[in-house]
Every structure is written in structure tokens, then in C-alpha cells.
Design a protein around this ligand. Structure first.
Ligand code: PLP
Length: 377
């Protein structure tokens, strides 16, 4: 009999939560166009506004500040393309998700330290120099937490430095919604982006919030939905599910998830010589373990885990088909060989001790096999 899948790749995407599924099934019967003023349209609009309220309350903004999009990538692209159009000088951390790096290939990169945090001295120097010769808008783009390593950025410090030089800050919060407390105004950033499928919601739904004074230029023009900020009839079913996903994620037991992650790391370290954890001493998301195991390269490791019916990630989901080492680990100065042997485990609300025990055993078996037949990158 086949073992059940042990899904340990929550940072890539998450299973749809049962309650989310229920909400979406209910919303499937609501076919009205949310822009129509008749009762069927208003019924559909009700689903949008409910989720808008939930997200607004969660991050402490006004509901009208929330703009729904088709994904986290679109949210990030909207903000970045807006800044680009204003002629801003844009600085982007070197460890951002591909939807940011590839959206602004020409933007200056901000280096990170060995611990995975943006080098704030480097940022200060860059802003100091730029401000001396440039009066226009400056924008700093730094993610809240990295999807590969789970390392959390010192956002408040980055905001403080940026504000001193009158620079705007955009923060990709896709990995942290529902996992850390976000207070938009207190954080001090100018815009944040989100995605539903990282928290048990559906794929293809995202959102952003931005300070009204930014006057973000829409990426998609048309019928003026979302108060003119994002045209296109809203994905009512998906957005309805997003709302339930946010509510549900707020009661996830993160201390349990952290215990499981730590159990995985502690046990694996005991039994596998050379088992290395990236960012072990850094402020990390409690569910993420990015580790390197000697022996097989990471692609082989992922296949081996898969054969044991365990899903883990190698690099970011979008780049796992490529044979380059992770740009995140490279930016942290991780040795290329170590980067090629690095794998990401990311747990979630449905993870169990049983699954983590299987993961540890699988690590041990893969390592043992690799020592009998070493395959080099
Ligand atoms: N930003 C981060 C940090 C991510 O991890 C992801 C998804 O992997 C995205 C943005 C893109 O989100 P979406 O898949 O909704 O476009």
C-alpha cells in the first residue's frame, strides 16, 4: 500500500483548507458580476467586501486601501511598474522573489549579509550617495521573509534608514500574511503585497495595499474595477476563499509547527555528518528549514524524497527546473557546492510528527545511499 504524501513544501504553495473549500463552493452559486448594481451583483460584491474587510482588519488598514489582484506576482509588478514610471531610482534586495527581480532587471541590487539579512550599512551608503545627486523618488524593495530560507528581514530598521533619505519602501509580504502580526502603519512601509495560495487559499488570487498618496498607476486598464486600481471582473470565488484562508490562518498553532521544524533539524543534525542549516541563528519563519546535506545534489535529493512520498523544495518553486544554484544562497555568500546540496523543508498547519519522523528517516536513507554511490554536481 502506498504511503500517504507527506507534504513539506508549504512555502511553494499550500493545500486548500477545508473551510476555504466550503466558502468557495458556496460562492460558486453566486454568479453575479460584482460591478452590477442589481441584487445578484450586490450578492457577489458582498463576498469581495467581506474579504476586503478581513484583510484590512488583519493588517490594520482601511478596507478601501485593499486592491485585489490575480496573484502576488501581479501585486508586486503593479507597485514596481508604477515606481518605474515615476522615474524613481529603485533598489531591490538581491534575494527577492523572481517576480520582483525579473520585473526590474536593471534595478540596483542591495547586498545581503551572511545571515541572510539585507546589509543595512550598504543600504545607507547607497541612499546617501544617491540622495546627494538625485532629487527624484527613491524606492527600496525588500521582502518581509524569504521564501527559500525563511529569514525575516529587519524591515523596521530598513524603513527607518529609507525614510531618513526620503525613500519609499515596498515590501513583499507574500510569505508572512497570517503568520506574523502585520500593522501596516506601524511597520512604516508604503506598500505591501500578498497572495492567497500561501495560506490555504486558492491560487490566482492576490492583493496589495499602498498608501493613498502613492496614487499607484494600474497595471491593467479597463472597466475601472477595484476603485479604478485594477480593471477586470474580480475573481469572486477565489477572493471569497482568500477571506476564509486569512481568518483560518490566524489560529494556526505556530509553536507546534516550530517544534516540528526544530525536531527535524535537531534529529537530522545528530545523524547526518555535515548536515548544515542555513540561517540557523537568524530570525526565521518558524516553519522553514533550508538545509544542505552532503552527497546527492539537491535535485536528486528532491527526487529521492519524492520516491519516499515526501514533497520538499529545492530553491524557489519557480526556479526549481533550472540548474543554477539558488540566487538567495549565492547572495548570502554560500559556497556553490553547499548551495547545490541545499533543500527546503517548509511545514504548515497540517504537518504532523509522523510526517517529520518520515522526513528524518528519509534524510538518513538518502544520505546513506549517497555515501555508497556519490554523485557529484
Ligand atoms: N513573493 C514571494 C516571496 C513568493 O514566495 C511568491 C510565490 O512563490 C510570490 C511572491 C509570487 O506569488 P504568486 O505565486 O501568487 O504570484
Amino acid at each position: 500500500m502506498n504511503l500517504p504524501i507527506a507534504y513539506c513544501d508549504f512555502n511553494a504553495t499550500t493545500p486548500l483548507r477545508e473551510k476555504v473549500k466550503e466558502t468557495m463552493i458556496e460562492a460558486m452559486d453566486i454568479f453575479g458580476n460584482p460591478s452590477s448594481s442589481h441584487s445578484t451583483g450586490r450578492q457577489a460584491r458582498g463576498y469581495l467586501e467581506k474579504t476586503r474587510d478581513i484583510l484590512a482588519q488583519t493588517i490594520k488598514v482601511e478596507p478601501e486601501d485593499v486592491v485585489f489582484t490575480s496573484c502576488g506576482s501581479e501585486s508586486n509588478n503593479t507597485i514596481l511598474k508604477h515606481h518605474q514610471k515615476t522615474g524613481a531610482k529603485i533598489f531591490v534586495s538581491a534575494i527577492e522573489h523572481a517576480c520582483i527581480l525579473n520585473s526590474l532587471p536593471e534595478a540596483d541590487r542591495l547586498s545581503v549579509l551572511e545571515n541572510g539579512e539585507v546589509d543595512t550599512n550598504y543600504l545607507k551608503n547607497k541612499l546617501e550617495k544617491t540622495r546627494k545627486s538625485f532629487n527624484g523618488p527613491i524606492v527600496v524593495v525588500v521582502m518581509y521573509a524569504n521564501n527559500e530560507t525563511g529569514i525575516i528581514q529587519p524591515i523596521k530598521e530598513i524603513v527607518e534608514i529609507s525614510k531618513y533619505y526620503n525613500a519609499l519602501v515596498h515590501c513583499d509580504a507574500v510569505q508572512v500574511l497570517g503568520k506574523v502580526n502585520i500593522d501596516f502603519n506601524n511597520l512604516g512601509v508604503d506598500s505591501l503585497s500578498f497572495s492567497a495560495h500561501k495560506i490555504g487559499g486558492p491560487k490566482g488570487v492576490g492583493a496589495y495595499v499602498a498608501k493613498p498618496q502613492l496614487k499607484v498607476e494600474p497595471l491593467i486598464h479597463g472597466g475601472g474595477q477595484e476603485r479604478g486600481n485594477r480593471s477586470g471582473t474580480e475573481n469572486v470565488i477565489g477572493i471569497a476563499g482568500f477571506g476564509t484562508a486569512i481568518t483560518e490562518s490566524l489560529s494556526d498553532d505556530w509553536s507546534k509547527i516550530e517544534l516540528l521544524r526544530n525536531m527535524f533539524e535537531d534529529e537530522s543534525k545528530k545523524i547526518i555528518p555535515g548536515f548544515f542549516i542555513h540561517g540557523k541563528k537568524s530570525n526565521r519563519m518558524k516553519n522553514t528549514s533550508c538545509f544542505a546535506m552532503p552527497g546527492f545534489i539537491n535535485k536528486m535529493q528532491v527526487i529521492s524524497f519524492d520516491l519516499d512520498r515526501i514533497c520538499v523544495g529545492a530553491g524557489s518553486a519557480c526556479s526549481s527546473g533550472k540548474s543554477k544554484p539558488s540566487h538567495v544562497l549565492s547572495a548570502m555568500g554560500v559556497d556553490e557546492d553547499l548551495a547545490y546540496h541545499s533543500v527546503r523543508v517548509s511545514l504548515g498547519w497540517s504537518s504532523t510528527e509522523e510526517e517529520v519522523k518520515r522526513l528524518i528517516k528519509s534524510c538518513k536513507d538518502i544520505y546513506s545511499r549517497s555515501q555508497n554511490k556519490r554523485i557529484v554536481a
